[in-house]
Write a protein that binds this ligand. Structure first.
Ligand code: PLP
Length: 332
């Protein structure tokens, strides 16, 4: 597995640090908790999509694209990092937002990621919840082609085999760090949504024969749907890398008990988890993804499902820009 075979542009600050969280570990009286700081990838306040975009934007450049089209929720971190990446390489950026959160506040519609999207010069269109987002992107693509432009469509979350290469690379990086720090990782935990992050991690961890189980904490779908989505992409990624059959269905595990009322809808546990990390470690997590992922990890620790002598790596996938869209929900 030689990732340098694939076109790549440098967008992220790598490697991201692997940090031990002594105060949180003590506070929770559970396993040793490490955090992989993918919130610090650097581009436009950082996050996990930047690793994927290194491969996706390189593919767009190879195909001589001049405009990137992508989609997500209004407060999409993926859209924000894509807008920044497009600006950096001198391409235009068209964003289609699905109004997934009903009764959203003005802050949700305008602040946080949306403010940054506009700052990066992206064009924004909003469509109703339940719209066929791929069709919306295809329509924009056809319009742009008629105008003589050469659009490149990035799927929601950057989750296809090319984007997921970014998380194969993250595992290579993480294992190297664990080896040099003499840390035996017992489990990797992270928030899972559009599946590219978990698919890349599962494939990388398996390809290296690391024997580290990976747990995705879901933020929208139910367990079966989420696991199927990750497994399907992991299989496509294996085919793409010429390692068909490497990943088995049981390698993909998602826990979707912490979604609450739905995507982007806050839960009390998420609120509490964000406050705990801010006050114990001075770290920022987000309400939609990493906060719910953390809430899941903390609950599993409280239930004794993660043991005191284990080393857990929580991959911090970023998203703190979204906090500014939810400021009224974090009051204590
Ligand atoms: C997109 C995102 C995730 C989920 O990653 P996927 O690859 O879509 O599963 C997790 N955390 C944050 C902050 C994100 O923006």
């Amino acid at each position: 597995m030689l990732l340098s075979r694939y076109p790549r542009v440098s967008l992220a600050h790598l490697p991201t640090p692997l940090e031990y969280l002594p105060r949180l570990t003590k506070y929770l009286n559970g396993p040793n908790i490490y955090v992989k700081r993918d919130d610090c990838t650097g581009l436009g306040t950082g996050g996990n999509k930047t690793r994927k975009l290194e491969f996706l934007i390189a593919d767009a450049i190879e195909k001589k694209a001049d405009v990137i089209i992508t989609q997500g929720a209004v407060q999409s971190n993926h859209a924000r990092q894509t807008a920044a990446a497009a600006a950096k390489v001198g391409m235009k950026c068209e964003l289609v937002f699905e109004k997934r959160v009903t009764d959203a506040s003005a802050a949700y519609m305008e602040s946080g990621n949306v403010f940054l999207d506009k700052l990066f010069g992206a064009n924004i269109r909003e469509v109703e919840n339940g719209s066929d987002m791929n069709m919306e992107m295809d329509n924009i693509s056809s319009d742009l082609k008629e105008k003589g432009m050469n659009p490149y469509i990035i799927p929601g979350g950057g989750s296809n085999p090319i984007g997921a290469l970014g998380y194969v690379d993250c595992v290579l990086e993480l294992i190297r760090q664990a080896n040099s720090m003499d840390v035996v990782i017992d489990k990797i935990i992270h928030a899972t949504g559009s599946a590219g992050t978990q698919a890349g991690i599962v494939v990388g961890a398996k390809a290296l024969n690391s024997k580290i189980p990976v747990l995705g904490i879901g933020v929208n779908a139910n367990k079966e749907k989420q696991e199927e989505k990750v497994f399907k992409l992991a299989c496509e990624l294996c085919d793409f890398l010429g390692m068909s059959g490497l990943v088995e269905r049981e390698d993909v595990i998602a826990n979707c008990d912490y979604v609450g009322d739905g995507y982007g809808v806050p839960t009390d546990e998420m609120n509490a988890a964000i406050l705990t990390l801010a006050r114990q470690e001075g770290l920022l997590f987000d309400p939609v993804y990493s906060g719910k992922g953390l809430a899941g990890m903390i609950d599993l620790i409280n239930k004794g499902q993660l043991k005191k002598d284990e080393n857990i790596v929580f991959i911090h996938t970023g998203g703190s820009a979204g906090l500014f869209a939810y400021h009224d929900l974090l009051k204590t």
